[in-house]
Design a protein around this ligand. Structure first.
Ligand SMILES: Nc1ncnc2c1ncn2[C@@H]1O[C@H](COP(=O)(O)OP(=O)(O)O)[C@@H](O)[C@H]1O
Ligand SMILES: N[C@@H](CCC(=O)OP(=O)(O)O)C(=O)O
Length: 379
């Protein structure tokens, strides 16, 4: 019989076999007062219970910088990169120790996995990371993932762990991404500034109406709701639903998996993308852009065709063959992105030209298309 909680509840999470749980800085450090050990112990207890029930849980945990700041006695988050990196190195130690100790109470092993954007954008390293994580999950070990803050620079960082959580959900084809934060979910305005804001209970991950509602983060966290919404959109690409919920709700994880209507559920509304396309879509860095004419936009969007030079109006950026470039329409709207077959200088010489002229123009031909459809993802 359906329980009272389930009536009015939701089924999206009840059958989940693999779940990525992301815990944000604001929550983990109790608004900057060092690692909130009792709270961490509580989330670990909930994860261990899910584990026992056969749900595979992968944890993405922030908190290294915030914990390091407290250990170093710093009151204000530094802005210098080297100081942030130092704080992360000190704090990550405490974080790992804390999780290890709490999971050990349940007889569970943890594994520290520190990733950089580079690890997921290089196809070979991406596949390596995937097989290592899959092996850990198969071994019933709980991976505890964070960004490798000590070695990343601003240019190559995920920045917020919401994005990292979504990419991990894609990587492992998780059924759900649960983002635990310091608010009950996504509100129609930032509740820190607007006390009359109301909670959105559910919606489609790609609903454009949510974009205007989601603002930035607090002093400790980085991304705010805007990156949580983007993360939900990324996670949806592999068919995962996302729940944004308060980590302070008692037994939040167990209640979500039991189908209770907590937080904000953002569901995918399209069929999942193939793994390679997802990898392409998850790439954050683009080296340049191609401006497409209306005909090219149409065939890319309606038929999933390759991009030929004949449909390209302009080139910008300094990319080389194999780089990721963004395709925009003549109004500057993002249409697609993909790995380009020609560098920027060669591409500029091919604008508007039919493919059979490529060899005569350049003196060689790598391929008849600027971006092959296997290397192209429509956004
Ligand atoms: N529409 C919104 N609904 C809820 N919270 C919002 C919204 N817009 C902005 N926020 C802010 O996002 C913050 C949570 O994000 P963040 O500080 O990055 O936390 P975390 O460390 O958990 O990732 C909230 O404290 C809130 O102030
Ligand atoms: N990697 C960073 C976390 C970055 C961050 O604060 O992310 P988030 O919790 O998503 O706002 C750390 O461990 O301090």
């Amino acid at each position: 019989m359906e329980t009272k909680q389930q009536a009015g509840g939701r089924k999206a999470l009840t059958g989940a076999r693999r779940v990525v749980v992301k815990i944000g800085s604001a929550l983990l450090t109790n608004d900057g007062r060092g690692l909130d050990e009792p709270a961490i112990g509580g989330w670990v207890d909930q994860i261990a219970a899910l584990h026992l029930a056969g749900v595979e849980v992968v944890l993405v945990s922030s908190g290294a910088v915030a914990a390091g700041m407290v250990r170093l006695g710093w009151q204000v988050r530094p802005s210098a990169v080297h100081e942030l990196q130092a704080a992360a190195a000190v704090g990550q130690n405490g974080l790992t120790e804390c999780y290890e100790g709490h999971f050990a109470r349940h007889g569970l092993l943890t594994a520290q996995v520190l990733l950089t954007h580079d690890d997921l954008s290089n196809r070979k390293r991406y596949l390596n990371a995937r097989s290592a994580l899959r092996t850990l999950v198969d071994l019933r070990v709980v991976p505890v993932i964070n960004e490798n803050d000590t070695v990343v620079t601003d240019e190559i960082r995920f920045g917020d762990n919401d994005t990292l959580g979504a990419l991990v959900a894609n990587l492992l084809e998780a059924d759900a991404l649960v983002i635990l934060t310091d608010q009950e979910g996504l509100y129609d305005a930032d509740p820190r500034h607007n006390p009359a804001a109301t909670l959105i209970h559910e919606g489609r991950a790609d609903d454009p109406a949510f974009t205007a509602m989601a603002g930035g983060g607090g002093a400790l966290g980085r991304g705010g709701m805007a990156t949580k919404l983007q993360a939900a959109r990324l996670a949806a690409r592999s068919g995962a639903c996302t729940v944004i919920a308060s980590g302070r709700q008692p037994e939040v994880l167990s209640r979500l998996v039991a189908g209770e209507r907590l937080g904000t559920l953002l569901s995918p509304d399209q069929a999942p993308m193939a793994a390679r396309k997802r990898w392409l879509a998850g790439q954050l860095q683009v080296r340049g852009s191609l401006t497409l004419d209306a005909g090219a936009v149409k065939v890319l969007q309606s038929r999933g065709s390759s991009l030929l030079p004949v449909g390209v109006r302009a080139v910008s950026g300094n990319f080389v063959r194999g780089d990721m470039v963004l395709c925009v329409d003549e109004q500057g709207r993002r249409i697609a992105k993909g790995l380009v077959n020609y560098g920027a200088e060669d591409a500029a010489r091919l604008l508007g030209k039919p493919s059979h002229q490529i060899e005569a123009i350049l003196g060689f031909m790598e391929a008849p298309e600027l971006i092959h459809r296997d290397n192209l993802v429509v956004l």
